[in-house]
Design a protein around this ligand. Structure first.
Ligand SMILES: O=C1O[C@H]([C@@H](O)CO)C(O)=C1O
Length: 549
């Protein structure tokens, strides 16, 4: 079956956290409409770019794009940008049931609000290995009052201006900024008003005794969040479209780019409503709690609970975040075991660096700069000189002489656009290795997202990955398949995937500013098997004039 969507992308003034700000909307909404499809369906999204002066591209996060690598929506990698006024058609098959996301993949544009959810249901006659009465979507984001272009300029200036902590965190596009921080003047009311209906809290209505499946996704720009429902436990059952061996949590940690399903039973005191809260963890927060309401029928939906909202875990309780990472395993009966050995191991040291005075992030000291001609087109059309196709980026770092616990002795990095060429169908291990930033005693959390594949999460550990010691302890029995995974401070994360999807695929930190600052690598595999590229992805860089009307 074909699911057809027609979208218009625009800037509109909205007040998602009560503060009036230009927001990118899809058909007037942010988050945009939820894409609903069934496994095996073809989704067609006709995107009209009505942003007056900005390009765009939309990525279908978690959809593998098998046979349609040109529909991945990654500007600079799989397509030329969609110009203002142009209409672009994405067409792809959703081959796996689960909870996925979509969002802008052009610079840091995602953080202006171009985000949404994709729900793929099971084929007729198949059922989930768990039961529930209701299905709800919860999309989490963080929100800045400065425009993305303003922020991007700060990041690429000398001196460096970081984006800083977000002004608020949103639950289904609703949050609350404390307008009184802007001062008492009357004119403030026009830009910030807590009575604006845009920022009334999201209400999740449940029936007493019933079980809800909450599909929780995060598309934050920076923040790692903890999600909690006052007085209720949750059972985690799905992660990034894969069934999880169920486990119970009081709060769910969620990294940008991840999705989870949790089951929540309305089995508490029926006479009241409850707080749903999200709070920033992993970085020292200066953002207030995000609030929504869990409404037990037949109580009035807007009655605020009289209790104090649970504050959530403290931001630097890293061990509990690691415990959750360790707890996520493939569900019994649904385990797809990984190949026992890798053909190639790529170790990626994550560092913060300087390059000609600019602040960057890099992998093995190379900070990615996307070429003007998208890789997929350059490779398919054999456009030499479109990027550095002669060298391969480094497979490792000088581990023996690198202290991950200190500021690097030499913080200089280089910029590059070379990519890793993977043998088709080979098994690849990636070891993400964290380190100290350029600030003393500081190592950050990075959510890593791979396009075009799911990977097995083989393990997490503290300190430097040691092939002899840690390589033997990787989980080859019941690892979960995911598309996004955290790299914890001063730690490592080990992944395995099969290079079985012809195309060019970016692998990057899902923090918008970090991606913008070069925290990404690119893989290519089986490009000779990629079918004829649609003319609509052409037109930029060395492909000017390639496009047929
Ligand atoms: O990329 C980043 O830069 C800042 C800080 O390290 C320098 O201001 C920060 O917290 C980041 O995540």
């Amino acid at each position: 079956r074909i699911r057809h969507y027609k979208w218009e992308i625009k800037y509109e003034y909205k007040s998602p956290d009560c503060f009036k700000k230009l927001t990118i909307t899809i058909n007037g909404r942010s988050p945009g409409p939820t894409i609903l499809a069934q496994q095996g369906d073809t989704v067609v999204v006709e995107v009209k770019n009505s942003l007056p002066t900005e390009n765009t591209a939309i990525h279908w996060h978690g959809i593998r794009q098998r046979g349609t690598p040109w529909s991945d929506g990654t500007e600079g990698v799989t397509q030329c940008p969609i110009l203002p006024g142009d209409t672009f058609i994405y067409k792809f098959v959703v081959d796996k049931a689960g909870t996925f996301l979509y969002h802008a993949h052009y610079g840091m544009q995602r953080q202006e609000g171009l985000v949404g959810t994709i729900i793929v249901s099971l084929p007729e006659g198949e059922s989930e290995p768990f039961t529930y009465d209701h299905d709800h979507n919860i999309l989490l984001t963080d929100w800045y009052h400065k425009s993305t272009s303003d922020q991007a300029i700060g990041l690429s200036s000398i001196p460096f201006v970081f984006v800083g902590e977000p002004q608020s965190v949103l639950i289904n596009g609703r949050g609350r900024f404390n307008c009184s921080l802007l001062g008492p003047s009357n004119s403030v009311k026009e830009v910030c008003s807590t009575t604006n209906s845009d920022c009334s809290p999201y209400v999740l209505t449940v029936k007493p005794g019933k079980t809800s499946r909450l599909r929780i996704g995060s598309l934050t720009s920076l923040s790692t969040l903890s999600f909690q429902v006052e007085g209720h436990k949750m059972i985690v059952v799905e992660a990034d479209g894969h069934y999880v061996e169920p486990f119970e949590v009081e709060n769910l940690y969620i990294y940008s780019g991840e999705t989870y399903s949790v089951l929540l039973k309305a089995n508490q005191d029926l006479s009241r409503n409850y707080w749903i809260t999200i709070n920033v963890v992993g970085r020292k927060p200066s953002t207030p709690l995000g609030l929504a309401i869990l409404n037990y029928l037949p109580n009035p939906p807007k009655t605020l609970p009289k209790t104090v909202p649970p504050p959530g875990p403290v931001w630097n309780h890293t061990s509990s975040r690691k415990s959750q990472s360790h707890a996520i395993k493939a569900r019994h009966g649904f385990i797809q075991t990984p190949p026992p050995k890798a053909d190639r191991v790529i170790v990626l040291l994550n560092t913060q660096n300087t390059m000609d005075g600019y602040t960057k992030w890099s992998l093995n000291n190379v900070s990615l700069t996307l070429p003007i001609t998208p890789y997929l087109i350059a490779l398919k059309y054999k456009l030499t000189n479109a990027f550095d196709d002669q060298t391969s980026p480094p497979e490792n770092y000088d581990s023996a002489n690198y202290d991950i616990y200190s500021i690097p002795r030499n913080v200089n990095a280089t910029s590059g656009n070379a990519i890793y060429k993977l043998d088709f169908n080979s098994t690849v291990d990636v070891i993400l290795q964290n380190a100290n930033t350029m600030n003393p005693e500081n190592s950050e959390t990075h959510p890593w997202h791979l396009h075009g594949h799911n990977f097995w999460v083989l393990g997490f550990g503290d300190g430097k990955f040691d092939r002899e010691r840690d390589g033997k302890k990787l989980n080859l029995v019941n690892p979960i398949l995911k598309n996004t995974v955290p790299l914890h401070p001063y730690g490592w994360t080990a992944l395995r995937f099969q290079a079985d999807n012809p195309g060019v695929w970016i692998f990057h930190c899902h923090i918008e500013s970090h991606f913008y600052m070069g925290m990404a690598v690119v893989f290519q595999e089986g490009v000779s098997m990629v079918g004829k590229l649609p003319s609509s992805i052409l037109g930029c860089g060395a492909t000017k004039g390639f496009r047929r009307p």
